[in-house]
Design a protein around this ligand. Sequence first.
Ligand code: IMP
Length: 431
Amino acid sequence: MANVVIIGTQWGDEGKGKIVDLYAQEADVIVRFQGGNNAGHTLVVNGIQTILHLVPSGILHNHKICILGNGMVINPKVLIEEINELKQRDLFPTDTNLFISNNAHVIMPYHIRIDSAREARKGAGKIGTTGRGIGPAYEDKVNRTGIRIADLLDIAVFKEKLACNLEEKNFYLTRFFGEEPVNFDQIFEEYCGYGNEIRDYAANTSTLIARHIKAGKHILFEGAQGAHLDIDHGTYPFVTSSNTVAGSACSGGGIGPTKIASVVGICKSYTTRVGSGPFVTELTDEIGTHLQMQGHEFGATTGRKRRCGWLDMVLVRQACTLSGITGLALTKLDVLTGLEKIKVCTGYRIGNEEYTDHAPANLKLFSSCEPIYEELPGWTENISHARSIEDLPRATRRYIDRIEEMADVKVVLVSVGAGRNETLLLQNPFR
Ligand code: IMP
């Protein structure tokens, strides 16, 4: 059995897209299991960039099965646009290779309206969501009023559920937010159209994955966001509304934990965050600007500037625990080139107390934590051409070694550029 879960160890944007694309070469089936089009996975193949929001990054390989699992919230309009764009660019192999879980929830226009109305009302205290309706869609799922893909495909059921939902949503939109209501006929017609367009992709994806596992195929579970955006374990309330840890691959993919062989945690060589919330190692000086500019740290979904800072190993250690990470993939190491000294946060200090393996749950405490840094020498050599550890300068190797030691997890991959080939593959998680 060689089924692998890939997740982010920080606040998302760790460079998962490239790693999933690389590992997808070894996989037969690629499954997304949580989140929605709040994610933006950037891939560069033969110098050409593709940004995917919903379709698993494995789609760029021919003959791979790609699955949107039950744990996702899906905006069908965005999905159809993404499929059409891939088709136009000749990057979508065949319709029979894409499956969408019947149980996945549908993001409706009122979810998006509520998301932005809430953020506007919160003002400075806003979460800084992507504005894609993710939270309100998951809210309806937990509230048992959500509309699932299976409902969308049954006109009578969809009509009834939509009518029922709109009664409540329009009351909320108009009376609480003073906004315009949404229109039943317009949504009904538009979404019936989407239902027809995606009908052929809908399936019971849990049993589909099980059949592939039984046949000895390799499954790659592609996480979105990062461990510290997890609804249970992240920096609540500045989190997304799904579980982003590896365990979520089981509930969001519809498989048991005994079917997972290894978990690769993607760790960017420094830390970034979009949206609000505490960030102990944040840099607002010229080093922060260096990371932001060299790393092209702009959100793939919203275009927002990402906040940047030194690598925070407290967060990475906690992510390793939360997801049982068996190997780390270190990304964007080339971005650190040119910095004279590199700092790594080994712990937090608040008063007499130190935190080394988890962040305080109390956000007030977390916000007042001081970072404890270890300083390492930097390097000036261009490392983008390195293909093995031996090709790297001594200082770069030292940085990797220290990360391994601090995380107590092996580094299995190092990425030194955006291209597929700009990678040091140290261990194959499928073997
Ligand atoms: P939401 O997922 O749109 O509700 O946003 C909640 C928080 O998660 C905000 O801080 C977002 O910036 C953040 N977030 C959501 N998706 C991503 C992602 O793919 N990368 C990084 N941050 C994300």
